[in-house]
Write a new protein. Structure first.
Length: 388
């Protein structure tokens, strides 16, 4: 049991990087919850409480402490999490930050909307909201709220931000608002959109013939019957696929546009980390949108810390201490997670701050050579897939 306070103490130190905490007890309770989540590898207040060192003798007392945290209206998740993400980026950011917007359904009763930073094959949470809403479709006002929450934490950095989103999110109201934020965008749109091109008859996108593997790039066109634009389109049908990609951008499109949009799929890996491949979110017994919103704070802090830890392990050349593959086979989150477990057992050092390297990924993940070759087969003439 002496190993548990080491992780707890490390998290307390990392969480103290800002002074937005209304009560020191909130910080300490969050540190215990994140520690319990990482240790138990699942969401369960009782499982977390078993790993807490406190004066409380009865387990129910600690469980009630966690429940009070999740139900506490004074805890503003964005105000507490945003500075942690800013801290992680303080020592340098790449010239372009890619941010993905998407939704996921929980128990067909709650919709989790999330804005995430695409980082080395994973999606690190930027902001989120949980709605008592049995559909992945949400209003523009919900997206606007997420953007307004995240923008201040990215504003100080000297880089351009590019938003990536799928068809369920893309609409002209969102595009217009992104322009006011100064963000660029690569959004996949529905084929029911109308498109207007100079010198051509207006038509719906689904009437356009797209030969397999041969992309088309239309510059300065207008979309929808309201003729929104000018915008730029990248259209194509990947090799060996019946799907058609229609990506709208605020900047001239080219082959690179498809690669940029493909980064959005890293967010699906992030949702998988939340659920069956990681934190087991859907095993939670919590059925309150507000409580789930604060539970997502616990998941976000754990994700950010583990990705930062995994990044440091690779940077120090110690990846193979916790990853049996010759090449990197695990995500940075899993490498960080494995490192924490071994560190607590063997006394390795733990990261005491949130820090994401701005350098290019020195060792992109490759679960197997065969899978890597399949994923990097060209989607279009002249461009490789997302994993390339």
């Amino acid at each position: 049991m002496e190993t548990v306070p080491v992780l707890y103490g490390t998290l307390v130190q990392a969480l103290r990087c800002h002074d937005q905490w209304l009560d020191a007890r909130h910080l300490k309770t969050l540190a215990w919850m994140v520690s319990g989540l990482i240790q138990s590898e699942k969401i369960g207040l009782e499982a977390w409480a078993l790993r807490v060192h406190s004066r409380a003798r009865q387990l129910a007392s600690t469980v009630r402490r966690f429940r009070r945290f999740l139900d506490n209206e004074r805890i503003e998740v964005n105000a507490l999490y945003g500075p942690l993400l800013s801290q992680a980026l303080l020592k340098g950011v790449p010239p372009t930050l890619y941010v993905a917007l998407d939704t996921s359904l929980l128990w067909n009763s709650y919709c989790l909307g999330r804005l995430s930073l695409i980082y080395r094959g994973r999606a690190v949470p930027l902001g989120w909201t949980v709605l008592a809403h049995g559909s992945v479709s949400v209003s523009f006002e919900t997206y606007q709220q997420l953007l307004d929450q995240a923008a201040p934490w990215l504003f100080p950095f000297p880089c351009q931000v590019v938003l990536l989103a799928d068809r369920g999110v893309a609409d002209t109201e969102l595009m217009d608002y992104l322009d006011t934020l100064g963000w660029h965008w690569r959004l996949r749109i529905k084929e029911s959109f109308w498109v207007y091109r100079a010198g051509h008859k207006q038509r719906k996108i689904n009437s356009i013939r797209l030969p397999e593997g041969q992309p088309q790039f239309w510059q300065e066109v207008q979309i929808t019957q309201q003729r929104f634009g000018p915008v730029y389109l990248a259209l194509g049908r990947p090799f060996n696929s019946t799907q058609r990609w229609v990506v709208v951008s605020d900047q001239p499109t080219r082959l690179e546009t498809f690669r940029e949009y493909g980064l959005r799929f890293d967010m699906e890996e992030g949702f998988l980390d939340d659920k069956s491949n990681g934190f087991q979110l859907e095993s939670s017994q919590i059925r309150s949108a507000e409580a789930l919103n604060r539970l997502c704070l616990v998941l976000a802090v754990a994700t950010l810390y583990l990705v930062c830890q995994g990044t440091q392990v690779v940077q120090q050349g110690k990846r193979r201490w916790v990853d049996a593959h010759w090449f990197r086979g695990h995500s940075y989150l899993k490498i960080g997670w494995q490192w924490v477990h071994r560190a607590l057992r063997y006394g390795y050092a733990l990261l005491t701050e949130f820090l994401l390297s701005a350098d290019p990924d020195p060792e992109p993940a490759m679960a197997s050579k065969k899978q890597h070759d399949e994923r990097t087969q060209p989607r279009f003439i002249g461009i490789a897939s997302k994993a390339a």
